[in-house]
Design a protein around this ligand. Structure first.
Ligand code: ZN
Length: 131
C-alpha cells in the first residue's frame, strides 16, 4: 500500500483515487470506498452547507451559488442539477431530464412550462419526444 498523490477530482477515474486514499494504486485492487466522494455527494455537501448558512439560504439560492461554481469557476462538475420541482439534486449523466426546445409534444415545440431540469420522480407525465 502507498498513499496515492492524485488530485481529488481524479478519484472519479476508477483506476486511481484521491490523495487521502490509502489503497493500493494498482488498478486491479481496492474499491472506491475509503475517501471516495461521488460528484453528486460533493455538490450535495456544499448544497447543504450553503443551505445551513446564517442567514439561511433557500435551496434555490444555494443552488445558484453551486451553478456559479460549476459554470463560471468550473470547480464543480456541471452534470449535477437541481430538480425544479422537488429541489433535490441529481446526476444528470445518470438520471432525470433537461427539457427544452430540443423536445416536442404532439408535434409542436414543448411548452415552456415543461422546460428545465427534472429528476426522474418529478418529470412531467406528458409524452414529450426528442426532436
Ligand atoms: Zn424532483
Amino acid at each position: 500500500m502507498k498513499n496515492c498523490t492524485l488530485d481529488y477530482n481524479d478519484c472519479t477515474n476508477k483506476k486511481t483515487h484521491c490523495r487521502k486514499c490509502t489503497r493500493s494504486t494498482d488498478p486491479g485492487k481496492g474499491e472506491l470506498t475509503d475517501h471516495y466522494v461521488s460528484p453528486l455527494d460533493q455538490v450535495n455537501k456544499i448544497y447543504e452547507f450553503l443551505h445551513g448558512f446564517k442567514p439561511k439560504l433557500s435551496y434555490k439560492k444555494a443552488f445558484s451559488v453551486i451553478y456559479f461554481l460549476q459554470e463560471h469557476i468550473r470547480c464543480l462538475p456541471d452534470h449535477i442539477e437541481q430538480c425544479q420541482d422537488c429541489l433535490e439534486l441529481f446526476d444528470a449523466d445518470k438520471e432525470g431530464f433537461c427539457l427544452s426546445n430540443d423536445y416536442e409534444l404532439d408535434g409542436k415545440d414543448l411548452p415552456e412550462k415543461y422546460h428545465g431540469h427534472w429528476c426522474d420522480n418529478c418529470v412531467p407525465a406528458v409524452d414529450f419526444q426528442m426532436k
